[in-house]
Ligand binder design. Structure first.
Ligand code: FPP
Length: 241
């Protein structure tokens, strides 16, 4: 069973760019995929840390629309890791009351993986604890382009008037339409960029760039970042108190 969410000033929705698997493996003289496997094991620990940190939504960047440019060996290894991960972890997520969703462009993914993603969403559809969203073949610009295509179709079909296209209606077409915007975006491995992650949704997010490589990122560091978030003064463009 999932633990009740703690009442904190922490972020409700944390999004993470899990970076540094390759460097972590290289530092150990191992192939990059070794780092990705170690990175996958970290995910569970961070998901389990969410209730105590007051985090209700966790969104993780697992594979970007740009990651296809990596070697065929690395891409195939990652796809195989995602398939095995879903098969292995889903029962545990159901038990822990974690609701799993995927965002990103699915048609380019292989049929077996797509089937497992559908199955994971179906199996955890009733779960009411942490909401884990896995971004797989995801790119912020690609998401906005796909959303715009669907929106344009609705306008062409007379279901939406052009005057009604605004900041309220457009996000309904995004992959994230059922999620709140992220409050805090964390990127590991010392890189300070957002790499096409949740571009629309993160307009007012707070950012934390930490040096830790993703396979070394701990529940303690996650909790500390969520705690520090509670001390920030978010003004959303208004004047401070
Ligand atoms: C970035 O590190 C990481 C990725 C592109 C893959 C992320 C995947 C995982 C953390 C593991 C699997 C996740 C799930 C949900 C099963 P990098 O390879 O760019 O590292 P580098 O910058 O050091 O080369």
């Amino acid at each position: 069973m999932s633990r009740p969410l703690r009442e904190t000033d922490g972020p409700c929705h944390v999004a993470i760019i899990m970076d540094g698997n390759g460097r972590w493996a290289t530092q150990k003289g191992r192939p990059r995929l070794f780092g990705h496997h170690a990175g996958a094991r970290r995910v569970r620990e961070i998901v389990e840390a969410c209730p105590d940190a007051g985090v209700k939504y966790l969104t993780i960047f697992a594979f970007s629309t740009e990651n296809w440019k990596r070697t065929q060996v690395e891409v195939a290894g990652l796809m195989s890791l995602f398939r095995r991960y879903i098969m292995k972890e889903m029962q545990a997520f159901v038990k822990e009351n974690v609701r799993v969703r995927f965002i990103g462009d699915r048609p380019r993914l292989d049929a077996k993986l797509r089937g497992l993603m559908d199955e994971a969403e179906r199996m955890t559809g009733h779960c009411t604890g942490t909401n884990l969203t896995i971004a797989l073949n995801y790119g912020g610009r690609d998401e906005v382009a796909r959303a715009t295509q669907r929106l344009a179709q609705d306008v062409a079909d007379g279901k939406l008037h052009p005057d009604d296209v605004n900041e309220e209606t457009l996000p309904r077409y995004l992959d994230t339409h059922v999620l709140p915007d992220p409050d805090l975006v964390i990127r590991t491995s010392g890189e300070a960029r957002i790499s096409n992650f949740l571009l629309w949704q993160s307009a007012y997010a707070e950012y934390e760039f930490v040096d830790t490589l993703w396979p070394d990122f701990s529940a303690e560091e996650f909790a500390a970042l969520c705690g520090a978030y509670g001390k920030r003064d978010r003004r959303f463009g208004a004047v401070g108190r």
